[in-house]
Ligand binder design. Structure first.
Ligand SMILES: NC(=O)C1=CN([C@@H]2O[C@H](COP(=O)(O)OP(=O)(O)OC[C@H]3O[C@@H](n4cnc5c(N)ncnc54)[C@H](O)[C@@H]3O)[C@@H](O)[C@H]2O)C=CC1
Ligand SMILES: NCC(=O)COP(=O)(O)O
Length: 350
């Protein structure tokens, strides 16, 4: 079966954040719906209508968008929806209503609405794992709010990993300049060094190689790897993780002919000279990889989860509570995340 005609599902995320704004703004620009597949939004339909009114008042979107409610049982009928290619549907947002517990106020977090965000993720996972949708695209959620209900929650990446029964997936963020994959994701900095093990590094490398080949068509990817410590440990004087853990794992892949570096000093790895030659860069922790990546392309980067049994992409930004309901948020990263997921889904045969 191909994913060619299956719909794509978007979770609107934290209702007080900019998720609904950027969905509405893309629909207004006629960039939400795709010519080749239906796009379904999971949101509280009343909150979406209300945000639409707010954005219209700000002059951020035009009048005339149709917000059309779908029942979940209708989802499987969408794969061959012929009118999806017609211009009129560009003005329609197909919504599965996931109701909030309490009314939504833009910019104001309400932990009572956390279960609604979790319900979006559960439904999206269910649709993807049962192959009713080709891909999940996520708008941002507020991790701290979800943690009030699920204290062990870390992020979409780890949530979908656990729902899929896996013990490792890889967070990769990609823009036109670089693809950066992380060995560790949402951990306190204090816990990072302890999490750098032979197993974690090896599983990350395995998934990056596999997905570079299978999802990005890079038969012999060139991969550069950051060390953990300043100057990649300065030959052991500034930390031994490179000598004891990272390099032995990387040498194993090099011995098999994989084009992968040994641990490199992260500060100079992220210079143009190296970035330009790498198909993928592996960083040891969140800010080591994402700070340089976002400084080169915040707003035009896509977050991709590698190693899941389905396609999941996301925006490169958070909930931007300061911008919710103002019409000032950029929808560009969401546009790219949808486009990326659609391209991946179009290329993949299940
Ligand atoms: N994929 C996800 O669900 C993500 C969720 N988050 C969550 O978002 C929350 C807030 O995180 P912050 O670190 O404050 O990052 P943030 O990305 O929400 O905001 C950082 C700055 O960037 C601006 N900004 C963000 N998105 C923008 C957009 N689309 N257009 C224009 N300006 C934009 C904001 O106004 C703010 O000044 C946290 O709870 C975090 O966990 C953060 C990153 C990704
Ligand atoms: N900085 C990336 C981020 O926080 C996104 O995490 P996730 O929710 O996509 O796992």
């Amino acid at each position: 079966m191909t994913t060619q005609s299956l719909p794509l599902v978007i979770t609107s995320g934290e209702p007080a954040g900019i998720g609904m704004d950027i969905i509405l703004m893309l629909a207004d620009r006629q960039q939400l719906n795709l010519p080749n597949r239906a796009v379904i939004v999971l949101a509280d339909i009343n909150a979406l209508q209300q945000r639409y009114s707010e954005l219209k008042q700000k002059g951020a979107v035009k009048d005339g968008l149709m917000i059309q409610q779908l029942a979940t049982h209708e989802l499987h009928e969408l794969k061959d929806l012929p009118q999806i290619a017609q211009p009129s549907v560009h003005d329609t947002i197909l919504v599965v209503d996931v109701p909030t517990a309490q009314p939504v106020v833009a910019g104001q977090l309400n932990p009572h609405n956390a279960p609604m965000v979790i319900a979006q993720l559960q439904l999206a996972h269910k649709l993807a794992i049962s192959k009713q949708v080709a891909a999940i695209v996520t708008a941002p959620l507020q991790k701290s709010v979800i943690m009030t209900v699920l204290p062990d929650f870390m992020g979409h990446t780890e949530f979908f990993m656990q729902q899929s029964g896996l013990d490792k997936v890889v967070m990769m963020l990609a823009n036109s300049l670089m693809k950066v994959a992380l060995v560790t994701t949402h951990l306190p900095l204090r816990a990072v060094a302890d999490a750098i093990s032979h197993e974690e590094v090896a599983k990350t490398v395995d998934i990056v190689i596999h997905d570079c080949q299978q999802k990005f068509g890079l038969t012999h990817p060139k991969i550069l790897v950051c060390g953990l410590n300043p100057h990649a440990g300065e030959r052991g004087y500034l930390g031994r993780e490179e000598i004891d853990i990272i390099n032995p794992v990387l040498q194993h892949y090099r011995d098999q002919g994989i084009d992968i570096s040994l641990a490199m000093p992260a500060d100079t790895l992220f210079t143009q000279k190296h970035i330009a030659t790498a198909d993928a860069i592996i960083a040891m922790y969140h800010d080591q990889g994402l700070a340089p990546l976002k400084s080169h392309g915040f707003g035009e980067t896509v977050n991709i989860t590698l190693g899941l049994p389905y396609i999941r992409t996301s925006v490169d930004h958070g909930t931007a509570l300061d911008l919710a309901g103002t019409g000032k948020a950029s929808a560009d990263s969401l546009y790219r995340a949808i486009d990326y997921a659609n391209n991946m889904a179009t290329a993949i045969v299940l």
